[in-house]
Design a protein around this ligand. Structure first.
Ligand SMILES: Cc1cc2nc3c(=O)[nH]c(=O)nc-3n(C[C@H](O)[C@H](O)[C@H](O)COP(=O)(O)OP(=O)(O)OC[C@H]3O[C@@H](n4cnc5c(N)ncnc54)[C@H](O)[C@@H]3O)c2cc1C
Length: 408
């Protein structure tokens, strides 16, 4: 029993990078779209602050790049890592064939806020915060809408097409009964913040030592830290105690000594589970999944946001006109999956390779560690670093905006 029922052309469940980008592009093309986001705002610890050169290129194609770059951000032109005693270079973005030859580091809520504001310029964009998709409406074997829980009660959103953009723990894909292929991930991440001083290095960097690994994102007044542990290892970490954990953090970044005491409670350290999986089929009549809901990505390479955005662009390119004419077919939904499968598979394969060849070994090692051979090669040959930059910054089969803006 629901309290309210509305109709729209496309209902998107999930207001992360995939959902907000798709909502904006469809509204811009004149499609009626309702985006449901279960949280009341974007201001929470989203994973991933990386806005890739390919996404910046899309912003340029949309005529939004200059405005977007006024949002505070940092520009990363080269990726380096500290492995044991060695400082190694792994990617060089300065030769990319894009307008912006850097990764922009921006808190994800600013990115989502920016896109949501762009969407709100169009009358067909309906973003509902604090609305959680809890079930699908099914009629005659076809998905006909979403049932959502809001502060004002339950609401049915009936739509020609439902797009699941609700991330790695997708309710939509689960309720639709879509089969998942799990590729496994040997790591989880402990996510916490420590204050940042003006005298600290401005660099965002990764540090690998025997048995431990940490990435630190510069968010101006604080460091967002991602401490990598073996999958399911949280209980062992807690058993060793908070003091031991703080020492492990300091062993990698001694300059944090004067503020490590900020980590005085496990509540300040959040476990983010890492998964790498993909749906066997991304669609059913009336339903499509994209982004992490279709293929959960590991944080390795910081490319999941990029893939989610690219999925959204491809979906809008393929479906916008059909949605406007209310004639979305199974073939068109399959075309989205076909177009995006290759990039997703290539990147997941690379992530699994790094999990198995680099991360598992680092976490299992006890003595001194040296860079593994793939990293040594990257450090030695600048051309290889341009290749990693291309894969991270642009990826396979980059998408371009093919939809046009409808009259407002
Ligand atoms: C620890 C960690 C660190 C990462 N770091 C990076 C990085 O630095 N760079 C990078 O590119 N990628 C990173 N990734 C991967 C990246 O986070 C994902 O690939 C990317 O966010 C996928 O975008 P998405 O829009 O598909 O899903 P998400 O970003 O997961 O967004 C899903 C949205 O749906 C909402 N939602 C969920 N369920 C419902 C529901 N039932 N109803 C309504 N709304 C719902 C959520 O609140 C969320 O806003 C990281 C992943 C992990 C696990």
């Amino acid at each position: 029993m629901t309290d309210q029922s509305i109709e729209t052309t496309c209902c998107i469940a999930g207001g992360g990078p995939a959902g907000i980008m798709l909502g904006f592009l469809l509204a811009r093309a004149g499609v009626e779209v309702t985006v449901l986001e279960k949280h009341a705002d974007f201001f929470r610890d989203f994973r991933g602050d990386t806005i890739h050169p390919s996404t910046l290129e899309l912003m340029h194609e949309l005529g939004l790049l200059d405005e977007f770059l006024t949002v505070p951000h940092d520009e990363v032109r080269e990726l380096t890592a500290q492995i044991g005693d060695a400082r190694v270079k792994v990617a060089d973005f300065t030769h990319l064939p894009t307008r912006c030859k850097f990764i922009a580091l921006m808190p994800q809520w600013d990115f989502l806020d920016f896109l949501a504001k762009q969407g709100q310029r169009f009358p067909t964009f309906d973003l509902r915060m604090g609305a959680e998709a809890v079930d699908l409406i099914e009629e005659g074997g076809r998905i006909a809408g979403v049932r959502a829980k809001t502060a004002d009660g339950m609401i049915d959103i009936r739509a020609d097409l439902v797009v699941g953009c609700d991330g790695r723990h997708s309710t939509v894909r689960e309720r639709a009964g879509l089969a998942v292929e799990d590729l496994g991930a040997p790591i989880d991440v402990l996510w916490f913040r420590l204050s940042r001083r003006d005298s600290d290095t401005p660099e965002t960097f990764g540090h690998l030592e025997a048995g431990r690994m940490m990435i630190m994102l510069n968010r101006r007044d604080y460091w967002q830290c991602a401490y990598v542990i073996a999958k399911g290892g949280i209980e062992a970490v807690k058993r060793e105690g908070l003091a031991a954990f703080r020492q492990n953090v300091l062993a990698m970044s001694p300059f944090l000594d004067d503020r490590i005491s900020e980590l005085d409670d496990w509540d300040k350290i959040k476990l983010l589970t890492v998964a790498v999986d993909r749906l066997k089929t991304w669609h059913r009549p009336g339903l499509l999944c994209i982004g992490d809901a279709a293929h959960a990505m590991s944080p390795v390479g910081g490319v999941g946001v990029n893939l989610a955005v690219q999925d959204a662009v491809a979906t809008a390119n393929i479906l916008a006109q059909a949605l406007k004419e209310r004639r979305v077919t199974a073939e068109l939904l399959a075309a989205v999956e076909t177009r995006r499968s290759l990039p997703m598979r290539v990147i997941q394969r690379l992530q699994v390779f790094v999990h198995n060849r680099v991360l598992t070994r680092v976490l299992a090692s006890r003595g001194r560690i040296a860079p593994p051979w793939p990293v040594k090669l990257l450090n030695r040959f600048p051309l290889l670093r341009r290749l990693t930059a291309y894969i991270i910054g642009i990826g396979v089969r980059p998408e371009h905006i093919r939809t046009s803006a409808s009259a407002r």
